[in-house]
Ligand binder design. Structure first.
Ligand code: ZN
Length: 344
């Protein structure tokens, strides 16, 4: 018998606001606004294609189509509420959800009310669903680095560690766009405010991209970073620095970075001593949520219950949760692991 992974307490550190949406919610929103969704979004497993047909541009097109169906404050609140409910149902005690408020500014009257709506919804959802929902404000590589500074200054005003507060600053979108060094200033603004530095890196691009991210953005965590494993020296550096890698196996395979689940170097990264926190990234597009990532670790990579508990511990340690929450979640993981040990 193996332990029930939905009851394994964990933290979820890599989940995007739009990408967290339930397909049924997206369909309801689209119907309400009279929007026709691309068939690929509705037909299930939208990105499960032959490896040669996967890839970023298709993903981006579908993501944009989904985002275009979010048009009101009520829509935004609903997304946060459902993301929290779904995370809580999967044993997550701490969700750090990532949002770029720029996309929602036009109907919210600016980036400030867009961020405030998400933070307020995160507080409410935390109370309603019994977990802590904190927020990461993320800039986009496709926009001007000055926009990133504006977002960093905004994020800094809401800095904290608890539910409904901003805990980190990210950089998302196509890794091949923008010059990483030009975003350094934005990240230093965020860091001075006490925010975690949590840029994406090393998924579509290899170790040299991770190198740039480390050199210019001083990450506490790297969104993905899986390809750091291709350069032992780079990986050593991350291990020594204690940088958490937010590994999202379904994303890697769906985007064609790896051909199949077994090719995701999860075992290699963990064996090298890297801190790995599993994440779902964009369940709407990749067709699987948080527990499914732990299930892949078990069924494809052979992680034992004790090792799965270690992954959960790494997710909690990599989070920005305060000491009380952290201690509680770690104690609950210990209890889960003890029970798993005594299972017949
Ligand atoms: Zn991501």
């Amino acid at each position: 018998m193996t332990g029930d992974l939905t009851t394994l307490p964990k933290a979820h550190l890599h989940l995007h606001f739009t990408g967290s949406m339930r397909l049924s919610t997206l369909q309801e929103l689209a119907a309400g606004y009279g929007v026709r969704l691309p068939a690929a979004l509705i037909d299930g497993d939208p990105l499960r294609l032959p490896a040669t047909e996967r890839g970023w541009f298709r993903f981006q097109r579908l993501y944009d189509a989904a985002r275009a169906c979010v048009r009101s404050e009520a829509d935004m609140r609903r997304i946060v509420d459902e993301a929290a409910a779904d995370d809580a149902a999967e044993g997550s005690g701490r969700l750090e959800i990532q949002v770029d408020p720029t996309s929602y500014a036009p109907f919210m009257g600016g980036i400030t009310p867009a961020v405030e709506a998400v933070l307020d919804a995160a507080s409410t959802a935390s109370r309603d669903h019994g977990l802590e929902v904190a927020v990461i404000v993320a800039a986009s590589r496709t926009r001007h680095p000055l926009d990133a500074r504006t977002l960093a200054r905004l994020a800094a005003q809401y800095a904290g560690e608890g539910a409904g507060e901003v805990v980190g600053f990210g950089l998302s979108n196509d890794e091949r766009r923008g010059d990483t060094a030009e975003f350094a200033h934005a990240f230093s603004i965020a860091r001075r405010a006490g925010l975690a530095s949590v840029p994406h890196g090393g998924e579509l691009l290899g170790p040299s991209h991770v190198h740039d991210v480390v050199a210019h953005l001083s990450p506490d965590r790297i969104g993905h970073g899986v390809r750091a494993g291709e350069d032992p020296q780079m990986l050593d550096r991350l291990v020594t620095a204690g940088t958490t890698l937010e590994v999202c196996p379904a994303s890697n395979v769906s985007l064609g970075v790896y051909r199949e689940d077994a090719d995701v170097p999860l075992r290699r990264l963990v064996d090298a001593g890297a801190r790995v926190a599993l994440g779902a990234d964009d369940p709407l597009l990749f067709g699987s949520r948080l527990v499914a990532q732990y299930e892949t670790a078990r069924s494809v990579h052979g992680f034992s219950d004790a090792e799965l508990a270690d992954l959960a511990r790494a997710s909690v340690r990599g989070s920005r949760a305060g000491p009380t929450t952290r201690a509680r979640l770690l104690a609950d993981i210990d209890a889960w692991a003890r029970q798993a040990e005594h299972r017949p």
